[in-house]
Design a protein around this ligand. Structure first.
Ligand code: EPZ
Length: 423
């Protein structure tokens, strides 16, 4: 199993380019199933989850061609409408093929994702939303069996659907399904994440008629067919936020390129509150973070966009672990997203948990140790802690990191970190 070995104590300085967003690419890759002609995508990051999705789509019969610059997906001859348990258990976002398969082919058999380290992760809202559009859905042997063959023209019917929880992939699945449905669909209490907006922009380039993405009411007027298009994936705001925290904690000056500050208001606000200097250029899509490494503890409460993102909670927990003062970190999205706490404690962090709130008392110095990655963002928080811990930190099971951070050790090394991978 690959490990990451970090020598702590080096400040980060220089330039880093942010990759395309994993959580925008995943639904957009699945959207290729909706089109009769090829979809061409640029800025698709080289990540494990992206590879898994491309493999899943290829297994269905999508012709996937990938070079250094772009990924092309041709779904003109899809043969299989199934996402098996073996595929879905490695990446729960495979659920994102459900809406497109049902909308274009009228049938889908997708394994229930099951839970993961951070929570039970149900998909009941995806299912209820599709049922509101007329889909017949049965859960059998751990699979979602969905069909529209009983409907007029075998087409989903537009509907008004209120999601009683804000769900990012739920919004995305239903938006994709509705784009080929008969009539108008209105999704209420929709997720407003930038990745939802990027998917809507790509679908509209493909001929969809979607308005309201980025607000909590999204209206989709169904069309007969969708065609391929060319789309550049939005930058990864969580990768950007992670490097911003790394710069703030290690006490350096880092300029991020391909970094849209308008996607990171809550994170920038908290970094400034902690005492880091953050300069943005919306014109150049750059964010520069400068810090002397002496930060104040900041309270964090996660919530749907544009509030503080749950995907940045673990990273700020690491920052608070070495900040001056005491901070409360409250996780409101997932029921078990504190797996990084016991690993941070191994590094000497002073954290106590009470329900969905962690109390973090900053310590003057963490000590390197062997720690274990448990999920993607928890792993990122261990890397951040290792960058400032005294001596050597070894992070095991870093396949979690490879799911969401493109060229991590190369990017960190270029900024001055002492990090290497070993197996
Ligand atoms: C997306 O997951 C992201 N993944 C997650 O990023 C992110 O943490 C999450 O949104 C929240 O922002 C992708 O986009 C691929 P949700 P998703 O549906 O869509 C409950 C990362 O690190 N819920 O918005 O699965 C659910 O249990 C990953 O990159 C239901 O109850 O999250 C959770 O408590 C981790 N029923 C809350 O809603 C449903 O049908 C939000 O989940 C769906 C969700």
């Amino acid at each position: 199993m690959d490990k990451l070995i970090i020598q702590g104590g080096f400040s980060l300085n220089g330039d880093v380019t942010v990759s395309g967003a994993k959580n925008a690419a995943l639904p957009i890759l699945c959207a290729s199933l909706l089109a009769e002609t090829p979809l061409h995508l640029t800025a698709v990051a080289a990540l494990k989850d992206i590879d898994t999705t491309l493999k899943l789509l290829a297994m269905m019969g999508v012709k996937v061609v990938r070079d250094a610059e772009k990924v092309s997906l041709d779904a003109s001859d899809v043969q299989s409408f199934e996402a098996t348990y073996e595929m879905v258990k490695t990446m729960r976002a495979s659920i994102l093929v459900l809406g497109p398969l049902l909308a274009r082919f009228g049938t889908a058999r997708v394994s229930l994702p099951g839970g993961c380290a951070i929570g039970s992760r149900p998909v009941d809202l995806h299912i209820k939303g599709l049922q509101s559009m007329g889909a017949a859905i049965h859960i059998k042997h751990g699979y979602i069996q969905a069909s529209t063959l009983h409907l007029p023209n075998r087409r989903l019917q537009g509907a008004r659907y209120y999601m009683d929880m804000v769900t990012v992939t739920g919004t995305e699945n239903l938006m994709m399904a509705a784009s080929l449905a008969e009539g108008k669909t209105v999704l209420e209490n929709a997720a407003k994440e930038p990745e939802v907006v990027d998917l809507a922009e790509c679908l509209n380039k493909m001929g969809a008629n979607i308005t309201g993405a980025g607000t909590d009411v999204i209206t989709i007027i169904g069309v007969e067919k969708l065609r391929g298009a060319t789309h550049n994936i939005i930058c990864d705001r969580i990768e950007a936020g992670t490097y911003m925290v790394a710069a703030a904690m290690t006490g350096g000056e880092v300029k991020l390129h391909n970094a849209r500050a308008d996607l990171l208001d809550a994170v920038i606000e908290k970094l400034r509150e902690a005492g880091a200097e953050v300069k943005v250029s919306l014109a150049e899509n750059t964010i520069t973070v400068k810090s002397n490494g002496k930060l104040k503890a900041v309270n964090i409460r996660t919530a749907p966009h544009p509030a503080f993102p749950t995907d940045m909670q673990a990273q700020f927990m690491a920052m608070n672990a070495v900040a001056d003062g005491v901070a409360k970190v409250t996780e409101t999205i997932f029921e078990n997203r504190f797996m990084h706490v016991q690993e941070l404690q191994r590094l000497g962090a002073d954290i106590s948990i009470d329900g969905n709130t962690a109390l973090v008392k900053g310590v003057t110095q963490l000590d390197g140790a062997i720690v274990m990655a448990t999920d993607l963002r928890a792993s990122a928080s261990l890397v951040l802690a290792g960058l400032v811990a005294r001596g050597e930190t070894v992070i095991e099971r870093i396949y979690h990191l490879d799911r969401g951070y493109e060229f991590l050790e190369e990017k960190l090394t270029k900024l001055g970190a002492k990090v290497r991978r070993s197996n």
